[in-house]
Design a protein around this ligand. Structure first.
Ligand SMILES: Cc1cc2nc3c(=O)[nH]c(=O)nc-3n(C[C@H](O)[C@H](O)[C@H](O)COP(=O)(O)OP(=O)(O)OC[C@H]3O[C@@H](n4cnc5c(N)ncnc54)[C@H](O)[C@@H]3O)c2cc1C
Length: 408
């Protein structure tokens, strides 16, 4: 295959994974990102067997597992202490499988260090505003009025606020406040569970173990609190203690974490959007990751889907004869899974984030009891792990070897 000149817009999980895979095929890669220094802000996230399958192919799964925390399942209670969500990975029937909670910066560091080791060019401080195409290929336009050199292919991996789509399309009313907090072994949290507490679906607080950052002080958790975009101004104007009281009243054990939040600046508001770009390709251009499809992180799939997209793109590049066919193949291997998860996420999100009373009632009185019984227990585990719809087989991927990941 001829080596192509490929520009990648965005240095997140999708962009970095695509860069590593395409560089290994001999293409000439340049990543452009707006950040001044490579340092992703943000919370923790969950890596599922799907994303880990790609990281294993990249030779990075072990390092990611080392920096993250093993998560054996999801557990949630409503405000009166009744269990309403219990989804262990053990129900998957996949030997030794688990999720990995990880600080966003840890995942970034592992991918970024691998990209640097391969001498992949990363151009920072460039805010992309658009792209033009002429007979020599595509060029990116930057906010400072300059342009990139021509490329044969532009991979849009610039996330959900991509300039190649309306950034406000599909914006969801509910988002969340997130913070990362150091934990101690005496803290009253299960260090291998993502735990949540709900007041109906109107309020939710969650605690996710995310391991230790390189050079960090020790293990941390990501703590999150549902908040509507329209409530953000009031939250900022009110005393921080008012918010702490609300969190504490829903889940008293969070007291030890709330004590470690001394300033509002420790909390970041993340907004969510539910959108799928159609079509996801144009001439000499393809969107992957959140630039193609984004959703609320309730099912914890976005970064994993981004990694699968990157893998599919690389496979399409290797197998297609023309550029158009390469891109068509890359999309075709992913589109069913993307469609399925966009649909399922839209269905499930209101059970945990909405103002209605019937969504949480359905969750607590019907879905939870049913989910305890096979085969619903297995389907729930498949949904959570990203394996629902069997996305790996068309990509020639296998679930990671969890016994090897545990060796350390
Ligand atoms: C609070 C929260 C929790 C989440 N939890 C999970 C989880 O548990 N599991 C999971 O799998 N996913 C989770 N997600 C989703 C996950 O973070 C995203 O799906 C994933 O980061 C998408 O990767 P990406 O590479 O496509 O985009 P991004 O990670 O958004 O990266 C895009 C990159 O493009 C750059 N960029 C954007 N616009 C421009 C521009 N105009 N010019 C130049 N550069 C630009 C950005 O600086 C960034 O570096 C969560 C998301 C949020 C907000």
């Amino acid at each position: 295959m001829d080596a192509l000149n490929i520009a990648i817009a965005g240095c997140g999980p999708a962009g970095l994974a695509a860069a590593l895979l395409l560089d290994a095929q001999g293409h000439q890669i340049t990543i452009y990102d707006q950040f001044a220094d490579p340092s992703p802000v943000g919370s923790g996230l969950m890596l599922q067997p799907t994303g880990m399958a790609v990281l294993e192919e990249l030779g990075l799964a072990h390092e990611v597992a080392r920096r993250g925390a093993r998560v054996d399942g999801l557990y949630g209670e409503e405000e009166h202490g009744k269990a309403v969500l219990d989804a262990p990975y053990s129900k998957l029937g996949l030997r030794g499988a688990f999720g990995i909670g990880i600080h966003r910066a840890s995942l970034f560091d592992v991918l970024y260090e691998a990209a640097k080791a391969r001498s992949i060019t990363i151009v920072s401080g460039q805010e992309i505003t658009g792209s033009v195409i002429d007979s020599d290929g595509r060029r990116l336009n930057f906010a400072d009025g300059t342009q990139s050199p021509h490329c044969d292919l532009l991979v849009d991996a610039s996330g959900r606020q991509t300039v190649f789509d309306d950034p406000d399309r599909g914006a969801l009313e509910f988002g969340a406040l997130w913070t990362n907090i150091p934990v101690e072994s005496s803290d009253p949290f299960n260090s291998h569970m993502l735990e949540q507490r709900y007041r109906r679906a109107r309020q939710m607080v969650g605690v996710l173990p995310i391991g230790s950052r390189n050079g960090g002080v020790g293990p941390e958790v990501a703590m999150f609190w549902s908040l509507k975009r329209s409530q953000l101004r009031d939250w900022k104007d009110a005393p921080l203690d008012n918010w702490k009281d609300e969190v504490r009243s829903l889940w008293p054990e969070t007291e030890v974490l709330l004590e470690r939040i001394t300033s509002r600046d420790q909390l970041t508001f993340a907004s969510y959007a539910h959108r799928t770009l159609q079509p996801s390709t144009a001439e000499r251009m393809i969107a992957i990751g959140d630039a193609w499809h984004s959703a609320s992180p309730q099912l914890g799939q976005g970064a994993n889907m981004a990694l699968l997209d990157a893998w599919s793109l690389a496979r399409g590049m290797a197998e297609g004869r023309t550029l158009r066919e390469k891109l068509r193949l890359a999309v075709s291997w992913r589109s069913d899974h993307v469609w399925l998860y966009q649909w399922v996420t839209a269905l499930f999100t209101p059970l945990y984030q909405s103002d209605t009373t019937w969504h949480p009632a359905l969750r607590d009185s019907l879905l939870y009891p049913v989910s305890k019984v096979w085969p619903a227990s297995k389907i729930q585990a498949q949904l959570m792990s990203g394996l629902f719809g069997f996305p790996l087989a068309p990509l020639g991927l296998r679930p990671p070897d969890y016994s090897a990941l545990c060796e350390d």
